[in-house]
Ligand binder design. Sequence first.
Ligand code: LMR
Length: 329
Amino acid sequence: PSRILGALGMSVALAFSSSAMADGPIIVKFSHVVAAKTPKGQGALKFKEVAEKLLPGKVEVQVFPNSQLFGDGKEMEALLLGDVQMIAPSLSKFDRYTKKLQLFDLPFLFDDMAAVDRFQQSDKGKELLNAMRDRGLQGLAYWHNGLKELSTNKDKLQRPEDVKGLKFRIQSSDVLEAQFRALGANPQKLAFSEVYQALQTGVVDGQENTWSNIYSQKFHEVQKTIAETNHGVIDYMVVTNAKWWDGLPDDIRAGLEKAMAEATKYANEEAAKLNARDKQLIIDANKAKVVQLSKDDVAAWRKAMAPVWKKFEDGIGPDLIKAAQASNN
Ligand code: LMR
């Protein structure tokens, strides 16, 4: 940690002196792991468009999609080292920085995306944007993707017992690990950029993701069945390096805040549209079969995953869980 802190201090010092000396625009590198035609991909491009319009000649935003610049596992360190200024990891990927965000991975916590949105916009939700400041990370906004579906390379995927013994790719989240263990399955943490190949070669049997990620990564072409479980959520926190952010000239920070607010609104509208569109495109492609669950099926999944909550309750904080649950009405 001291080595990282030392490097962080140095790169922040360098970043300050170079932006103070140079006449050119401040470069804001925004790195992410998904395709451009996804909610996050579209949000990043909208942020660039608005930021450069509001701060002409003062700011240049460079967007790097598809893990091109940094993938999972590298992007947070890169942010702390000043190699990139903005990233938007899924809320499942902050385990190492705070336990509080594990909240969002609790299975069947939110009834729908409207509930997720209500919680994120509440005081408790907004507070979480500051939960990692002591680790050098400043949250700027939540961006939606959507609810997760479950897919496998098997014909039958209806009830929890159908996934017993199967290997699943998961994001780097201890909650998701516990979720699949509760189902009697074998979770394996893998970077997003490695999932397609892992599914194709049978390294894993299945995965969980949104319609948008499944379609844009072509997971439906290497899976047999997708069950519409809606058992969890993939949303993002746009985060920046707190020191870099605090050190920006006031007018630049204000402009970037405004651009972020517009990009957030746009990304969240796109999220619902893109997931609905991609679900239909997956059905039309007719490669993987899309399975609907009955109320009874959903109840069985819910019950099978329920033990996960107890395990993480203390780390997350019971009050936070209650507040999130309250957003379901
Ligand atoms: C995943 O790893 O499956 C997602 O978090 C990717 C993303 O950024 O949507």
